[in-house]
Design a protein around this ligand. Structure first.
Ligand SMILES: [Zn+2]
Ligand SMILES: [Zn+2]
Length: 355
């Protein structure tokens, strides 16, 4: 324990400069989550240019880096991929599972097990490991989430990967080369996170309809207080549909590297919404922004923020956006109140007929 305390104190940033903590100890950021400046009217070019590095760095650059590492060192040659085979499929599964074990596992180890920054910047002051619950396998959110990720979702991620590589290898869809179409493919790299946002919103909104929620999506929502292992903890149908975003590159003219990038945005990027901390501290001044707050609010309130951070602001357009401000909270509460009133009116109207 003394070692733990020493580490907690070592890089202490003052999180109250960036947000507030309530009586329960839950921390919330000041201000609001702003939509990307591409949606401002009239468009402000300078603001967009200033935003571009943040769009690319560090998260999308990281997804591109893992994509290129895979492409040059992991993905089998085209001849092998022309025929489906357990050998190369299992190889991809082992690499995907190992990569997630290390990547998510490091966040889990430092911030949830060793708790190096305590609850600084932590939205929910409690740690899932301290809260056993009957909704989880073995009453443990961590074990439940871990097993679902590694034995359901990552195999389904790998299935999607094997299928699109097999289709590209056989030449059943266009495989655009970088030398012939450099500008189009570069543009597609920038558009890929937007494809992710739209695909995720549509699938996610669909599985929030009452029947599908109960059957499929409630599994993911068991984690009201998510941690990294919650990211890919899904019902198998959701696990498949979520990763199937890569199949868009079989529909639009593309290249397997782009499909792989799209898959990595989904698989590796799922952790963003589930880190549980606003910032991961590296030193007294340096910290990594998690971009987790909007999806944290989704886990907290369920019927807000079906998409991500509004890269394509579908939540804003459909009236389900919660930007983390008091005003956002009031808009949400007003919507919930109207929904309850409508439900009560409907059940009131139905009761005379039922009786
Ligand atoms: Zn989630
Ligand atoms: Zn949901």
């Amino acid at each position: 324990m003394p070692l733990c305390q020493l580490q907690v104190g070592r890089f202490a940033m003052d999180d109250l400069k960036f947000g507030t903590r309530n009586k329960r100890g839950d921390w919330a950021p000041n201000g609001r989550v702003e939509l990307p400046p591409i949606w401002e009217r009239p468009p402000k070019l300078l603001k967009i240019l200033n935003w571009l590095p943040e769009y690319v760095w560090p998260w999308n650059a990281f997804h591109m880096a893992t994509t290129l590492l895979y492409w040059y060192f992991i993905i089998p040659d085209v001849e092998t991929m022309k025929a489906l085979g357990w050998g190369w499929a299992l190889w991809l599964y082992v690499v995907n599972a190992s990569a997630i074990f290390v990547f998510y596992g490091l966040v889990e180890l430092f911030y949830y097990i060793r708790r190096k920054q305590g609850t600084r910047f932590k939205y929910n002051s409690k740690f899932p490991g301290d809260q056993p619950s009957d909704v989880f396998w073995f009453k443990s959110q961590n074990i439940d989430n871990f097993l679902r990720s590694f034995f359901l979702s990552i195999p389904l991620w790998t299935l999607v990967e094997v299928v699109f590589l097999w289709v590209f290898a056989n030449g059943w869809v266009p495989w655009l080369s970088w030398s012939d179409h450099p500008l189009y493919l570069a543009a597609l790299v920038l558009v890929a996170p937007m494809i992710h946002e739209v695909h995720f919103f549509v699938v996610h909104r669909l599985i929030h309809t009452p029947l599908l929620y109960k059957w499929i999506h409630s599994v993911h929502h068991n984690s009201v207080n998510p941690s990294p292992w919650s990211s890919l903890s899904m019902h198998p149908i959701e696990g498949f549909l979520y990763h199937a975003v890569a199949f868009w590159h079989l529909v639009i003219p593309s290249n397997p590297v782009l499909a792989l990038f799209q898959l990595h945005i989904a698989g590796f990027g799922a952790v963003n919404g589930h880190i549980g901390f606003e910032k991961l501290e590296f030193s007294e001044e340096a910290a990594l922004d998690s971009h987790a707050y909007t999806h944290y609010l989704h886990h907290k309130y369920f019927e807000v923020n079906y998409g991500g951070e509004g890269l394509i602001p579908l939540d804003k357009w459909f009236g389900t956006w919660h930007d983390g401000s008091a005003e956002g909270e009031a808009i949400m509460n007003d919507r919930f109140k109207k929904k309850r009133a409508k439900m009560n009116a409907n059940s009131g109207a139905a009761s005379p007929r039922n009786s």
